[in-house]
Design a protein. Sequence first.
Length: 458
Amino acid sequence: MRQENNLGKDPIGKLVVRIALPSMLAQFVNVLYSIVDRMYIGNIADVGELALAGVGVCGPVITLISSVASLIGIGGAPLMSIRLGEKNLPKAKAILANSFLMLCVLSLLLTVGLFFIKRPMLLFFGASQATISFANQYFSVYLIGTLFALLATGMNQFIICQGFAKIAMFSVVIGAVSNIVLDPLFIFVFHLGVSGAAIATVLSQLASCCFVLAFLFGQRPMVSIGFGGYSWKIMRRILAVGFTPFAIIAADNVMIIAMNMILQRYGGHTQGDLLVTCATIAQSFMLIVTMPLGGITGGTQAILGFNYGARQVDRVKAAQRKIFLLCLIYTACMTAAAWLCGQWFVRLFTNDAVVMEKALWAIRVCTLSLLPLGLQYEIVDGFTAIGQVRYSLPLSFWRKITYFAALFAFPAIWGAQAAFFAEPVSDFLGPLVSILVYLAAMKRVLEKRREQPVEKVG
């Protein structure tokens, strides 16, 4: 058995970079699933803008479904890392087995349950009579691949937490490259339009899923997927830890859904679809910010969890300092990209001058507070990595509360476009409170762990 990284012994600086960069790149490539779809869809002759708005409504709903992968994957992986740090392999194996079963069951339940309510749900979440046909076409096909999507994303976390960051990255690259190749084939060559984009996505997710499961059922990882040892106690613990990342992703997408609904309400028949299209483009750029940022903080949870489990508190502290620095560097670069190169990004989706102008403005507004957002991500994911959901969950919800308060208040006072300012307001006020809590609580939590007696394995 050969590991890429020794989480308990490798130098912290090099270890953080070796884990964070592949995880960040994997998520960056993962963004291409939605970005490439939207680029091609936006350029479909005659109906591109309406089709883009329709798929934009599907986007947050699909990601809301995908948040179940985080509920189980990011719920189980930190617990598994802690057990590996404690050298408790039987419990680590039990966590993986229970996580696999939960993902399979939840995937099937979601597929069946959502199939019967998809059209009214999409209408409720912001589709108009002009865009509902495109939204329904895309979502109907996507539902077929729910099992592949959730297994590929959720089980990939258990590859990362065992130190195989490059393997995890490669699994995402397989899917993204497949999607880039298949999208134009199904959309333009086979003339399947929006449905073709969804078919390409499902096939790409199937490829990623097969790769992930082949690795985790194989001999190379320290802990492989097994059957048996199922326990409600373990499942409850996985759900408890995973609820924070699940709630974050779910709330983020409820925020996008609410944004679309607000834009339609205050934009009316003349501006509603136009503003939703602009919001879809701006949200696509924010995906490039938040998903790789989450790759940095989520991928490095393995380092924090393992060393927390091994009671190597100084390594946990050193790792977090490095992660904070990486987050600040990344968000600074993305802020500069938004303001200096945003117009080139917008042109990937549309050539309409009015849409381009408003979409560029929306991107610049949404990225006003990216630097504090980078700190927020690591604080929340850092607490989650060591099982301290009593801190991570309230801090995450505080940021969401400020977003919704601004989202509903600003348009009522200043009009539809003011809704875009909800993002920078929440990205400033959320981290402000999180930083204060982190400074007050993290040191105490780590010192308490250092003093705890070592549990006996068995």
